[in-house]
Design a protein around this ligand. Structure first.
Ligand SMILES: [Cu+2]
Length: 172
């Protein structure tokens, strides 16, 4: 067998190997995207008002995935307890209550904001400082965890960024 014919025989095999490895790479990229299907933006924790035992936190959560996900728990560095709350109108009164799990549908964005879903934070281990960044962790029922940095903001700056229509609601 000549060298040339050996090469001709092997070429399809070499090509196939090349295709196989690029297919593997493409697969790896896809896996990476899948992990990042939950995106968290603009996480904020309001500084505790003097004498107040609780404060509020807001963020935007986007599920870029094809399936619904369930948020089950949130933790924030230096805060002893974090709850997920929602507001509801009951007999003309705005009431809030704790929710154990919060579903975010496929390709849905959920805004935590004044008068809607919000985080209720308690038990600061030390006084918070405006501008401080705290690590915030979101836990999902499928075992996924998403980390973000939450900025500590003043009540004044939070109101300034809130649409006019929502300002009338006093939280706590
Ligand atoms: Cu609340």
């Amino acid at each position: 067998m000549s060298f040339k014919s050996l090469l001709t025989m092997l070429t399809p095999a070499i090509l196939a190997m090349g295709l196989y490895s690029s297919a593997l790479l493409a697969h790896a990229d896809h896996q990476h995207d899948t992990v990042n299907e939950i995106v968290v933006n603009n996480a904020q924790i309001r500084d505790f008002l003097p004498g107040s035992k609780s404060s509020a936190g807001y963020l935007t959560l986007v599920n870029h995935g094809d399936t619904a996900i369930e948020l089950t728990k949130v933790t924030v560095e230096s805060l002893g307890r974090v709850e997920i709350h929602e507001h509801q109108h009951v007999n003309g009164m705005m009431k809030m209550q704790k929710v154990d799990t919060l579903q975010i549908k496929a390709n849905q964005q959920l805004d935590f904001k004044p008068g809607g879903y919000h985080l209720m934070v308690f038990e600061p281990k030390e006084p918070l400082k405006i501008g401080q960044e705290l690590k915030l962790t979101l836990y999902f029922s499928n075992g996924d965890r998403v980390f973000t940095q939450a900025s500590v903001v003043s009540l004044e700056s939070q109101i300034a960024e809130t649409p006019q229509s929502q300002q009338h609601h006093t939280h706590h």
